[in-house]
Design a binder for this molecule. Sequence first.
Ligand code: GDD
Length: 325
Amino acid sequence: MMTRRALITGITGQDGSYLAEHLLGLGYEVHGLVRRVAMEDQEQRLGRIAHLLDRIVLHPATMESYASIFRVIAQQDYDECYHLAAQSFVAESFEDGFSTMNTNINGTHYLLAALRELQPRCRFYFAGSSEMFGKVRETPQRETTPFYPRSPYGISKVTGFELTRNYREAYGMFCCSGILFNHEGPRRGMQFVTRKITRTVARIKLGLATELRLGNLDAKRDWGHAADYVRAMHLMLQQPAPDDYVVASGESHTVREFCDLAFAEAGLDYRDFVKADERFLRPAEVDCLLGDPRKAREVLGWRPKYTFRELVAEMVQADLARLTH
Ligand code: GDD
């Protein structure tokens, strides 16, 4: 069989790094789009893929420029394109909705338009999000649940989702969206609540911090492990026909429960350290997310390997190990 070639936008992020590893393991030739500054500052910006650099090909481009994306797509053919690049921090999208919209909506549109122009047979994956369900219309959320986004980020993802569907229907392209619920792991960025918790737990345990300041402890999320979720992305593009899929664990937990387990993993009681801080509250909150992964299970044969407890334990242990070595 011919080696398949995949292009990943957002390859330097948590999901991009796990997906690159997964595709390399399957024998793919893996390419990534990265900002030019990242190529010039590899130590700081390519940390998550440092161990893969001799096995992948990086191309400088920015999701803000159609010309830069067009140039990369024009250089060679790809079998599959995974569009993961985005401004993905919900709280930041309230601070600067314009740049979130610009990068997330136009970036997706540029990439789809360039593929349509140059490689309409390339299979395309769009990283949709459970944030699109926002103020949820039904529980659990599934592929048919109406969207009700609650942040500029959520709105940008709904638009990206609609663009992806429209390219599928209007131009007959193989375009899929994964509606991924929260997915975490030791490579998660520090600003997201899970990593903020596990890193601070490790710092407290080692005497480097004395408290953890958080916003809404009652928010509920359906959390899984990113290494599991990237397998679903790949499976979507191997199906006979393009479609959209919810990817979730099917379990929901509060931020408080995450804290409880994470502190306990280090032999601590979260009630002694967690402080409420309204600076971390959002202007509009998504209170409760719970996904129904039945379609992904039945059609893709996808099943997560990690339990919630294993996810929390791995993240705490990884942060403890990082700070002690
Ligand atoms: N980040 C953060 N920091 N969140 C906090 C804090 C805090 O100090 N305190 C409470 N939270 C709550 C947030 O209000 C939210 O309800 C929940 O913890 C999770 O926040 P994040 O980890 O920032 O993730 P998110 O759910 O907003 O978004 C993530 O998941 C989406 C999929 O549902 C991101 O990865 C998105 O890019 C992704 O699409």
